[in-house]
Design a protein around this ligand. Structure first.
Ligand code: C5P
Length: 351
C-alpha cells in the first residue's frame, strides 16, 4: 500500500543573517512556522537485494534524479538503516519551487516519513531500527546534510533555527492565525540572495563579531518573547488549539504576535537585498500589510529569501480582503493557516 504524506510549507516569522563564514554558509537566527498549505508525497517501498529509487512529479521543474532532496534523504536513510529497497516517490507539487517556503526540504522529510511507514509495514527488523531513540537523533543529522531547512520539518509548529538554520528547537506554538501566501511570478535564488547580502555587509563594514553579537541577542529575544508571551496551545484557541474551517480566533481579539510585541520588531534581513533586486516584491508586501487600515495584517514579510511573501491576519475577513487586493494586482495567492506542532504530526499521513 503506498503511503501518502502531507509535505507542509513553512514561513519565517523573522530572519536575522550574519556575516559569511569560512565554510561558505551564514550564521542565522530565525523562527520558522509551519503552514497548513502542503504538497503531497506518495512513497512505495519494497525490500530488495539492491536499492533503486524512482521519482515522478506533476511539475516539470522538479528534478527527478539524485539532485532531488527527497531522493537524497531516502538514499541516506536507507544507508544509515542498513536496508535495501525499491522505492518509488511521487511528488504532487502545489507549492512554488524556489519560493522560500521550504517546499523542497519538506518533501525530503515527507519522503522519509513515507519510507519509515513503508518499512514498518514491510519488516519487523526495520521497524525496530526505526523506533530507536538513536534513529530519531540520526534522522535530524541526515536532514541537516540534505539542506539547512530540512530539520525544522522534523519538529513542526513554531521552531527556533540557529547556526545555519539546521540547529532547531521547538518553541511554544503561536495560536493559529490566518495566513495569505503571495506567490509572485519571479523566482529568487537563495545562494544569490546570500551573495547579495555579503556585498551589503562588506559595503556597511559588518564584522563577524558584530554579526555574532546581533544574532545572539536576537536568539535571546526570540526565546524570551516566545517562552514568556505565547500561551500554551488551548488557552487562546479552544481546547484543541485548532480552528475549524471558517472559524475565527476565540478569546481575546488579539494575537500573541501583537500582545507580546514580537510583531513590532521581527524582520527578515533578506528583504534588504531581495527588494532591491525585485521592487515589485516590496509592493506586494505593502498590499499584504495594508498598514494603518482596519484590515491591517498582524505581520507581513518576505518568507526566507522569497519570492513568496505572507501576511498573517486575526480573522478570515481581513485575510480575504488581502487576497482581493493581490488578485486585483494580478498576484497569485493562497489562503491558509499557521499549523501547530500537534496537528502537524496528527495529520501528516493521509488516509
Ligand atoms: O543548506 P542549503 O542546501 O539549503 O543551502 C543552499 C545554499 O544557500 C548554500 O550552498 C549556501 O550558499 C547558502 N546558505 C548560506 N547560509 C545558510 C544556508 C544556506 O549561505 N545558513
Amino acid at each position: 500500500m503506498p503511503t501518502k504524506v502531507r509535505s507542509h510549507a513553512k514561513i519565517n516569522l523573522g530572519l536575522g543573517i550574519g556575516a559569511p563564514r569560512p565554510d561558505g554558509f551564514h550564521a542565522l537566527t530565525t523562527v520558522y512556522q509551519t503552514l497548513e498549505l502542503h504538497d503531497v508525497v506518495t512513497v512505495t517501498a519494497r525490500r530488495a537485494t539492491g536499492t533503486t529509487i524512482r521519482l515522478t512529479s506533476n511539475d516539470a521543474r522538479v528534478p527527478l534524479d539524485s539532485r532531488n532532496t527527497a531522493w537524497k534523504m531516502v538514499e541516506l536513510a536507507l544507508g544509515m538503516l542498513g536496508a535495501k529497497a525499491e522505492v518509488e516517490i511521487h511528488i504532487d507539487k502545489r507549492l512554488p519551487v524556489q519560493g522560500g517556503l521550504g517546499a523542497g526540504s519538506a518533501n525530503a522529510v515527507a519522503a522519509l516519513v513515507g519510507l519509515e511507514a513503508e518499512l514498518n509495514q514491510a519488516t519487523r527488523e526495520s521497524a525496530s531500527a526505526i523506533r530507536t531513540a538513536s534513529w530519531l537523533s540520526r534522522r535530524t543529522a541526515i536532514g541537516a546534510k540534505v539542506g539547512s531547512d530540512v530539520p525544522l520539518f522534523l519538529i513542526g509548529g513554531t521552531v527556533l533555527g540557529v547556526d545555519r538554520g539546521q540547529e532547531v528547537y521547538p518553541l511554544p506554538d503561536i495560536e493559529p492565525v490566518w495566513c495569505v501566501v503571495a506567490k509572485p511570478a519571479v523566482g529568487v535564488s537563495t545562494p544569490q540572495a546570500f551573495r547579495d547580502w555579503d556585498a551589503l555587509c562588506s559595503a556597511e563594514g559588518l564584522t563577524a563579531e558584530a554579526s555574532t553579537d546581533k544574532l545572539n541577542e536576537l536568539s535571546r529575544a526570540y526565546a524570551s518573547a516566545f517562552a514568556g508571551g505565547i500561551p500554551r496551545v488551548g488557552q487562546g484557541a479552544g481546547s484543541s488549539g485548532v480552528l475549524s474551517v471558517g472559524e475565527d480566533l476565540a478569546g481575546p481579539q488579539e494575537s500573541a504576535l501583537v500582545r507580546t510585541g514580537i510583531s513590532s520588531w521581527i524582520q527578515n534581513d533578506f528583504e534588504r537585498v531581495v527588494f532591491r533586486q525585485h521592487p515589485s516584491l516590496a509592493e506586494i508586501k505593502r498590499l499584504l500589510a495594508a498598514s494603518g487600515t482596519p484590515e491591517a495584517a498582524l505581520h507581513a514579510s518576505l518568507s526566507g529569501s522569497g519570492s513568496a511573501l505572507f501576511g498573517l491576519y486575526l480573522n478570515r475577513g481581513d485575510a480575504e480582503a488581502a487576497q482581493a487586493r493581490l488578485t486585483a494586482a494580478g498576484v497569485e495567492n493562497e489562503l491558509t493557516r499557521t499549523l501547530p506542532r500537534q496537528k502537524y504530526w496528527d495529520e501528516m499521513l493521509l488516509p
